[in-house]
Ligand binder design. Structure first.
Ligand SMILES: [Zn+2]
Length: 235
């Protein structure tokens, strides 16, 4: 059994000062390793065992000392989104720049080139593969996103937040999801889907969001209805 430095000092003092105390403690089956002068243990858990949970709590308790920021609050908007967990997780990965795009993999020496393997025109960061690449841009246009400010946004975390919290949050999130899935389908499985199929998947996902998250804003309901109408007209 290993003890923290303070506990070792206290027990040594008690053992040397009182035979009764020594006897009491020894009867509790607490034994020192005579070969160890000092021993350290994991003090963030009562039983001295380091676990993922206690390690995470320890990191959070020290984060402010290092960064003078509150990382737990930085991405809190993501976890409050009325979306399935898989989409929240994707947005979290996006905002942390953890999505394994070629640009990200190249920075880690895990890909030969950062250049987009679909168009070959620009480095493949997440904004490029999910929004700027012509293969993805056509998806956004097909589902009704034509706003130049939206298309030209250059900071991925800002773009994700504005889109996820905006009036078109459902269709935005679904399009991000399917644009990323389609990128993976093209790059990893060498397959391509038509815009009609992708649009169908996106609207299907929006419909399911609407059914599952009933406390949506009125604006979302109106927008989704208009999208459905637009879809029927285009079919
Ligand atoms: Zn591209």
């Amino acid at each position: 059994m290993m003890f923290s430095l303070q506990v070792v000092h206290i027990l040594r003092f008690v053992l040397s000062s009182s035979p009764e105390a020594s006897k009491f403690i020894n009867n509790k089956n607490i034994k020192f390793n005579p070969s160890l002068e000092y021993a350290f243990n994991w003090a963030s858990n009562k039983n001295g065992v380091c676990t993922t949970k206690s390690g995470y709590a320890w990191l959070l308790s020290h984060a402010n000392m290092v960064t003078n920021a509150q990382p737990s609050a930085t991405w809190s908007w993501i976890w409050k989104l009325k979306l399935p967990k898989k989409l929240k997780f994707l947005f979290w990965l996006v905002c942390q720049n953890f999505v394994p795009t070629l640009f990200s993999l190249n920075n880690k020496n895990m890909a030969y080139s950062a250049l987009c393997s679909r168009c070959g025109l620009e480095d493949e960061n997440f904004l490029h593969c999910a929004l700027d690449c012509n293969f993805s841009k056509s998806i956004w246009h097909h589902v009704g996103f034509h706003d130049e400010n939206f298309i030209l946004d250059t900071k991925v975390s800002h773009w994700s937040k504005e889109g996820s919290l905006g009036n078109l949050s459902f269709i935005f999130a679904a399009t991000v999801w399917w644009a990323w899935c389609h990128r993976n389908l093209m790059c990893l499985n060498n397959k391509t889907w038509t815009l009609i199929r992708l649009s169908y998947n996106i609207h299907n996902m929006v419909d399911s969001f609407n059914l599952c998250f009933k406390n949506n804003s009125q604006i979302d309901q109106v927008d989704i209805t208009s999208y459905r109408r637009r879809r029927k007209l285009s079919q």
